[in-house]
Structures are given as C-alpha cells and as structure tokens.
Design a protein around this ligand. Structure first.
Ligand code: PEP
Ligand code: MG
Length: 549
C-alpha cells in the first residue's frame, strides 16, 4: 500500500515502523465509582510501575540520561505527591484525575522555584502522563523507546518532540497531520531525517512492519516487496556517495556568487553548518536556543549562547532573528496572553516582543555584547513585522542598544508590499517564505490539508518575493531568502532569478542547492523566474520552470 503526503527534504529510508500514541486527554473531573482502597491500590501500582520503568531504562542508557531518568523515577515515588494523590482519591476523585491534579501542583511549585528546578517541570508532566496512560491501559505517550533504528509514525509531533529525535535512531518519519513549513518539518529537515507529513489518513500500522519513506516523492510504502527494498537501499547508497563531493562557495555557472548561508537553531546545527560549508548564518532562530526554558534567560545567559554561535563563523555574516515567540513557537517564559482562536494571526513575533519590551531589550543588549566580544559580522532582524512603523520601532531600539546591522524578516504580505518604505532605513531584508506563503495563501502552515496552497512555488508568493527584491535593488540593499523555499534546489535558482542575493537553508540542503546553482547562468535563472511568475498555480509554476530552456 502506498500513502501520499508532502515530502520534507529529499532523503529516503527503509526500516521497521514504530507508532507514537496520540496525546492523552485530560482526565475528566468525575466522581470515582470504586471504593477508596481499590482506587488507591490501583493508582499506587501504576505509580510504582512507572517508577520502575524509568529506573530500568536509566540503567540501560547510562550517563546523563540515567541521572534524568532516575530523577523521574524519584518523582513518581515522591512521598508528598503520593500523599496528595491518596488525599484527592479519598475526597472522591478517580486515580487518574488525582494523579493529574497532584502532579500539576508539583509542577507549578517547581516553576515558582525558578532556575534549575523550574527546568524539571516538563519531566513532572511526563511522569504524570505516563501514570495516567498506565491506569488507562494504553501505551505511554511520547516518542517510542527503541534500541534499534526505526521509522516513526505519528499523528503529529510537537516541536519539542521533533527536537528530541535522535537521527541515529529515527531513520525517517511520517505524520498524519502537519504541513511542509511547520516547525516540526523544519526541525526534521535540519536533522536530515527524511519525512513525509500530512498523509491525511488515520494510520493503522503494526509496530515492526517494514516501510519505505521517500521524501522526494512524498510517499510511504507499507510492506514493500524485496525488489522495492533492494532498489531503495541502492538509492540510499548513491545519495550518500553524492553528499561527499568537495565543498565550494555557492555560485552560478557564469561565476555570479550566491552565498549559501545556514538556518540554525541549536549549537549542533551551527557545527553542522560549518562542516557542510556554510558561508555564514542567514537565520539563527534564537527561540529554539531557549525553547524548553521555563524562566527567561538573563542577559548574561543569552550573551554566552550568542557568543558561542558567533565564534564559529569568524569573518562571516551571521543574521540573528530576535525571539519569534507565539503561534507555532511558544516560549514558556514569554507571556502571550490568553489562548487565541487564530494564534498565527495574533500576538506573535515582534507584536509579542513590543508588549514585552523588557525581553527585547535584554536580547538586543546581549547581542550587542556578543558582537563586541567576538568582533563578528552580526546582523539582527525582527520577525512578523507589519509595516514601516513596526520596522522603525525595531531599528531605533536596536541602534539605541548598540546593534548596528538591522533588518527585517519579510514574511507578512503587507511588509512585502511596503518593502520600498522599509528598505529606506533598514539595512537588509530577508524573505521568510514559510510564513509569507501561509499568509499570502491564507493556508495554515501547521496543516497538511491544502498542500496546493501551502507551497512557495505559488505565483502569488513568487510575485511578492519579486516585489521585495525589486525594492532591494532600487535601494541598493541586499535581500536574502531564509524560508524553506531556498532549500528546494530548483526553486533556489528561480529565487536568484527574482533577485535574491543570498540563500539561507538548513545545512543538509546546501549540497543539493550548490550543485543545482552551478548548472545555470544568471540570465537563465532570470528566464526561469520569468516563466515561474506566469504560472497559474504552484504546480504550474514549478512545471514551467522545469522545462529545459
Ligand atoms: C519563515 O517564516 O519563512 C521563516 C524563515 O521563519 P520560521 O519558519 O521560523 O517562521
Ligand atoms: Mg516565520
């Protein structure tokens, strides 16, 4: 059987599948129907089983992971929490609800303590969910545990789960939900984990069954034949051989330079970027450096992180984006107010930072300090900027706090249309095609249900990119691309033809893009771009730009 979705990256993999259970609902607030002693005994048994499971997994993995798992085992046996659980059961709650409430109190207490204690709050939640799953007799939530490499199948993955994936174990993944520009897709692409997202169908698979994930084709093959497996293994070996060609700077066939920059979110990404020949960083997603922090990092903590990244790129440009908080990238230490029905259209990015100016001030101060300390070619940009007033606010504050190179991420259509106004006073623009596609096409990047709209090849998106590049040329300011579009090798050529001066992408995509750029002159790239602009749909633009010149 073949399933179709949207591929992320161009990789492929074959292996046994393991399914990740869907997240558990919150236990209902209902009166228990059993007597206290029975309910307490069943709940204690579940707590002990979960504690034993943590302890035995800790013994297997060893090292730091063992310390973390042993700490979780202790949480599941904490006498104060156990007494609280018993008490809540005695007052009429079910075991599930009592566990949920008692651990929630425990979690809040840790958050209030702050610092290192607060960082354990997520582990407390994990323990609580596991105990509830045990009481319900369903598999424990979260990424499956496995000692051997496997292909992960999930309804959806939270960015936190995606960030925890170990590429040595997870050969590939596929999901029912999620779009190609979702953060989950970006994180898996960055870890070179081939993925197919938005399969749409509910997946009824048996753990251990062999599957083939082909991200370039956007397909998942269930129970493939021996010939299909052998063919996939041959293609995997060919891709591995192609990836080891020497590293060069990005340039077109006529020698026009197109610096290939990296999108990074962690120190590991930054190291991979250097190893894969990045000519700088086009997007440092700072919110990913702190995505699991419960309390805001201090100026000093931030300075240390930014310095470490900047030191890896001496003499090369590093574009840092200030916290893009909200919507698909919540940060627990930034208050973004009550839940909104449409978070992508609400309090996120620069909007959220303007309402929490202390945070933006701290971050810009830390960046200025890191620049001072390293002498790096640092440039800073703001996400989710709407117009010239927003842009001027950011430029003024950055200058006041000592940051010199200041630009804007262009990812809201209003800013693309007003790029001429903004480029009068900001130093550069970087087009974020993921959000620009979402907002231009009114198609949620978190959903896979409208892939024909959630596609940066759409001529409406390409025309906006051209508008920004034209404004850049008129003002003699550089315009780069930092969305996933730049990682699609054929689209990368079109973007250069539209006028982009740099391309920034997940480091693993650089080899494919470098090879494709070298096949075309600037004139050819411009002709391909002109064709793509005439398309009527995303698929049509892609097809027009694929016909040989
Ligand atoms: C974008 O929106 O294209 C972008 C680069 O930012 P992010 O994917 O982090 O929203
Ligand atoms: Mg964005």
């Amino acid at each position: 059987m073949e399933l179709r979705g949207v591929g992320v990256g161009r990789g492929l993999a074959v292996g046994p599948v393991l399914c990740m259970p869907d997240p558990l609902d919150e236990p209902a607030l209902v009166r228990r129907t059993t007597d206290v002693a029975t309910e307490v005994a069943a709940t204690r048994a579940a707590l002990s089983a979960v504690a034993a499971d943590f302890a035995s997994r800790g013994a297997v993995v060893g090292g730091t992971a063992r310390d973390i798992l042993e700490a979780s085992a202790l949480m599941a046996a904490d006498p104060t929490v156990l007494a609280d659980v018993d008490d809540r059961i005695a007052h009429g709650l079910t075991g599930e609800r009592a566990v949920f409430e008692a651990f929630r109190v425990f979690e809040s207490a840790l958050v209030e303590l702050g610092g290192r204690m607060a960082e354990r709050a997520g582990d407390v939640r994990d323990v609580s969910r596991r105990v509830v799953a045990h009481l319900r007799g369903v598999p424990a939530p979260g990424i499956p545990q496995s000692a051997v490499p496997y292909i992960l199948c999930a309804g959806d993955l939270s960015p936190a789960d995606a960030a925890m994936l170990d590429p040595a174990l997870v050969l590939a993944l596929f999901t029912r939900d999620g779009g190609p520009s979702s953060h989950t897709a970006i994180l898996t692409r960055a870890r070179a984990i081939p993925a197919v997202v938005g399969i749409g169908a509910d997946l009824q698979l048996v753990d251990g069954e062999t599957v083939i994930v082909d991200a370039a084709a956007g397909t998942v093959l269930i129970a493939p034949t021996a010939t299909e497996i052998a063919d996939t293994e041959r293609r995997i070996a060919e891709r591995a051989a192609a990836a080891s060609v020497p590293l060069r700077a990005g340039e077109l066939a006529d020698g026009t330079r197109v610096p290939l920059l990296a999108n990074v979110g962690t120190h590991a990404d930054a190291a991979a970027a250097v190893a894969l020949g990045a000519e700088g960083v086009g997007l440092l997603r700072t919110e990913l450096l702190f995505f699991d922090w419960v309390v805001a990092p201090t100026v000093e903590e931030q300075r240390a992180q930014y310095t470490e990244v900047l030191r890896r790129f001496p003499g090369l440009p590093v574009v840092v984006r200030v916290f893009d908080v909200g919507a698909d990238k919540p940060l627990r230490f930034v208050p973004t107010g009550p839940p909104e029905p449409n978070p992508a259209l609400g309090n996120r990015g620069l909007r959220a930072l303007r309402r929490n100016e202390w945070l933006l001030r701290d971050q810009l101060t830390a960046l200025a300090m890191a620049q001072e300390e390293t002498g790096a070619d640092l440039r800073v940009m703001a996400p989710m900027v709407n117009d010239a007033e927003d842009a001027a606010y950011f430029v003024d504050l950055a200058h006041e706090l000592g940051v010199l190179g200041v630009g804007m991420t262009v990812e809201v259509p209003s800013l693309a249309l007003l790029a001429d106004q903004v480029l009068e006073f900001s130093d550069f623009a970087s087009v974020g095609t993921n959000d620009l596609t979402q907002y231009t096409m009114a198609a949620d990047r978190m959903l896979g249900s409208f892939p024909q709209y959630q596609d940066p090849w759409h001529p409406a998106v390409l025309r906006l990119v051209k508008a920004v590049c034209d404004a850049g040329a008129a003002a003699a300011k550089p315009v780069g691309i930092c969305g996933e579009a730049a990682a699609d090798a054929r689209l990368a050529v079109v973007l250069v033809g539209l006028g982009a001066s740099t391309l920034s992408m997940t480091p693993v995509a650089m080899a494919d893009v470098r090879a494709e750029l070298a096949l075309h002159t600037l004139d050819e790239a411009r002709m391909l771009a002109a064709r793509a602009l005439q398309g009527r749909t995303a698929a049509d633009s892609r097809a027009r730009a694929s016909v040989p010149l």
